[in-house]
Design a protein around this ligand. Structure first.
Ligand SMILES: [Zn+2]
Length: 372
């Protein structure tokens, strides 16, 4: 999930909102202002302006509550040595972009449980504040009781035991701890995630016949959960399969390289002949950089014959490079982050080979086929 608008940084983590969040903000403000606050027993008898202001305040507070929940996950992740790139708020809540999976069931448990604990804590604070007002019916108490309930729901919903919800991660950590088999734990927790997702979908559709269109909202959340469950499952299987294997195992050392004085025309011919999408450039035994097809896009075809490749390659300093001993999960992270299709492997500045997406896929295919 890419943020459309970056708000700033907290604890070194970039905080952003996705465009879909604006829809939920408007929708929520509207439904609170028109449907929720004017009800008898909530805050009847106010002007429309008051309702709209309270609606907007409550929606913004909900945004802060979701952010606090996500920060709970992210801060515990950082404490466990796992970098967190950003937090993005979107239509169904928030998502922390945690760079890799926890290495142990204990770390997984602590990371997963931190978010709901923040929500339950906030709920307790708002309930306490509400009751300390002596249950008066005014604007402040109406907002407080709303926030108390909404944080409680946020905590309870996220603790449902279906992966990738927080409760599903807690469940996965428990199965992982018991069976010592991470893949099996992920499979079981993701199965529970699918089951819960389908309960939401069918429950939501059934509810739509009883209470009207708002039941479909539940079905929509279920549909989102179902796709998140299968995507997260695939992602964990991939990263579990790659984890523990070093770059040296899959690296392709039989790569044609070129010197910096080659012309672009000659380099192109070389790449075509050897079906290479990238050409590592070596000078005096050192890796200077890479020529890729995208470097060629900016060069006029007429100059291919006269231009040396050294003038258009992406220099080593601006490339992400690997070491022979790096873990394949790191390769996956870097490719995901940068969009590069191949990465050079170096040893003290000397070129050893390339790792491409295709190399990773081949390795995965073999590994998954060999699995019982
Ligand atoms: Zn959470």
């Amino acid at each position: 999930m890419k943020a459309s608008l970056v708000l700033g940084r907290l604890f070194g983590i970039e905080i952003g909102i996705h465009i879909s969040w604006l829809f939920i903000f408007v929708f929520l403000t509207w439904s609170l202002a028109v449907g929720y606050f004017p009800q008898d027993g909530v805050l009847a008898g106010q002007t429309a302006l008051v309702y709209w202001i309270l609606g907007a305040i409550s929606s913004l507070s909900l945004f802060l509550a979701v952010l606090a929940h996500e920060l709970g996950h992210s801060i515990v992740a950082q404490r466990n040595g796992i970098p967190v790139k950003n937090i993005t708020l979107f239509i169904f809540g928030g998502a922390s972009n945690i760079s890799r999976e926890a290495a142990s069931p204990g770390a997984e448990f602590r990371m997963a449980v931190a978010g709901p604990l923040v929500s339950f804590g906030l709920s307790a604070v708002f309930f306490t504040a509400f009751f300390s007002l002596g249950q008066a019916t005014n604007a402040l108490s109406a907002v407080l009781i709303y926030l108390a309930q909404v944080n409680l729901i946020l905590g309870v919903f996220n603790m449902l035991p279906g992966f990738p919800l927080d409760g599903g991660r807690v469940f996965r950590a428990a199965v992982w701890k018991l069976t010592r088999d991470e893949t099996k734990a992920t499979r079981i927790a993701a199965g529970a995630g699918q089951a819960i997702a389908y309960m939401f979908i069918f429950g939501g559709i059934a509810l739509a016949f009883i209470v009207g269109i708002s039941g479909l909202w539940l079905a929509l959340i279920g549909w989102f959960l179902a796709s998140a469950a299968s995507a997260s499952y695939q992602k964990s299987v991939v990263s579990e399969s790659l984890s523990g294997t070093s770059v040296g195992t899959v690296m392709n050392a039989a790569i044609i390289t070129a010197g910096p004085d080659l012309s672009v025309e000659q380099a192109m011919a070389l790449m075509l002949r050897h079906s290479q999408r990238a050409l590592p450039v070596i000078g005096d035994g050192y890796f200077l950089g890479m020529l890729t097809l995208s470097d060629l896009k900016h060069l006029d075809r007429k100059r291919w014959d006269s231009e040396k490749i050294s003038s258009i390659i992406t220099p080593a300093a601006s490339l992400r490079t690997l070491k022979r001993g790096d873990d394949l999960t790191l390769v996956m992270e870097i490719m995901h982050e940068t969009g590069y299709n191949q990465l050079p492997v170096l040893d003290n500045g000397a070129f050893l080979g390339l790792v491409s997406r295709a190399d990773l896929l081949n390795y995965l295919n073999i590994k998954l086929e060999l699995k019982p």
